[in-house]
Design a protein. Structure first.
Length: 202
């Protein structure tokens, strides 16, 4: 008997790509969620109990996935161009927020006996929820994360939340040095180090 499997594959870089595959191990259907209507919102860090932002909140903005918070804020005219003159200083508030991604999606009848969510390139410490169930936390941008979601998918009206924790909170406060940022503290985060202090990074 051929085994049916459903895979959700997600690629994040403060962003992500999500795909669902369904079928036997030799022929799998792929449902890519990266091309769907993702949105994101920044809120003040939640240090104890975590409350998901209301999807009806007016503060949600569209974002491309894979994508980037800074690029999407710029595209939505919420920040100035941080690469011009000293305008990066006006964007330092971004690292103080925690950033949420959300997606509502349908899979139809393509749910199979096994369902796996796969996330790659998750560039930041992030929690993930599917249909109000917390699946886990991701802390390594270089490691593909896999979650068994058997029995958690619905044919329609699935809701996926991903919460990226505040960089400031993870590194013990706001950047101590304007030029070099958090210096050696950044080494404790499993993410590309060019994110800190290079010409294109904030």
């Amino acid at each position: 008997m051929k085994e049916k499997i459903t895979y959700l594959t997600l690629f994040l870089i403060l962003s992500f790509q999500l795909t669902i595959l369904s079928g036997n191990i030799f022929a799998q259907n792929v449902i890519k969620l990266s091309d769907l209507d993702w949105k994101f919102i920044g809120i003040e860090p939640q240090l104890e109990s975590i409350k998901k932002p209301d999807l009806k909140d007016a503060g949600w903005l569209p974002i491309q996935v894979p994508g980037d918070v800074n690029a999407s804020l710029l595209k939505n005219r919420k920040i100035p161009n941080p690469h011009y003159d000293t305008l990066a200083r006006d964007v330092y508030w971004v690292t103080a927020k925690e950033w949420w991604y959300a997606l509502s999606f349908n899979v139809g009848t393509r749910i199979s006996e096994k369902s796996v969510l796969v996330l790659e390139g998750v560039d930041g410490n992030a929690d993930i929820w599917l249909n109000d169930e917390h699946l886990g936390i991701m802390k390594d941008a270089f490691y593909p994360h896999r979650f068994d979601i058997k029995g958690k998918l619905k044919e329609k009206d699935n809701v996926l939340y991903i919460r990226f924790q505040s960089i400031n909170e993870l590194l013990g406060g706001k950047r101590p040095n304007e030029l070099t940022g958090w210096k050696s503290r950044r080494g404790f985060l499993r993410k590309p180090q060019f994110s800190f202090g290079w010409d294109w990074a904030l």
